[in-house]
Ligand binder design. Sequence first.
Ligand code: ADP
Ligand code: MG
Length: 233
Amino acid sequence: MIEIKDLHKSYKMGSNSLHVLKGINFTVDEGELVAIMGSSGSGKSTLLNILGMLDVADSGEYNLDNVPIKNMNETKAAQYRNKFLGFVFQSFNLINYKTALENVALPLYYQRVGRKERQEKALKYLDQVGLKEWAEHLPNELSGGQKQRVAIARAMAAEPKVLLADEPTGALDSTTSYEVMDLIQKINDQGNTILIVTHEQDIANMCKRIVHLKDGVIIEDKKIKQVRAQQYV
Ligand code: ADP
Ligand code: MG
């Protein structure tokens, strides 16, 4: 599903340059649930943003679903992003003046799905995250955990090939974090490929594989027996 080879990324700041990714290699197969770990500043978000086509590497190869992601213009990149990738962020990134349902329906609008089908699909995905009753509520009427579930429904409504989540539990307390992880595990159980950036060990333990970044390289990449979040919620 994802193949990256010798990926490098530097940020230029004036005459200085910060080498953040120094030759990253890994592959992710369909159906995996991968945690990307590492301390703050280790390049986790940089890597996820490149995988999410929100940023480009300086060098190296990236194949997403066997499509080489290279030299794409912004229009093409946006098309691929909408078609292949779903995003979940620490800060939810919901649109405040739109209801939960409208937030979930938005990516479908960009995919030119018709109004009726948009509504039906959005409601279906809200139902899957347990928030059908909250469809007409605005984000500020929802708890943090509920907001993140809406964000997950929004990401999944577009039926992406890969779900990318950058510290999805970073703004949530432990119990709420486990509820979100329970949902992520259930989405993964259905065969969806998911990558999660986290610096929390307990969250990483709920994935099936942990990739550890340090100083711009992968220092460890291991499969684990996943801890189920269900028992904590
Ligand atoms: P992490 O997500 O692991 O905390 P990041 O990928 O966000 O790490 O950042 C890695 C390093 O790159 C940090 O030192 C950060 O300050 C720097 N960095 C990130 N984004 C930019 C940017 N747009 N411009 C300059 N430096 C950046
Ligand atoms: Mg980060």
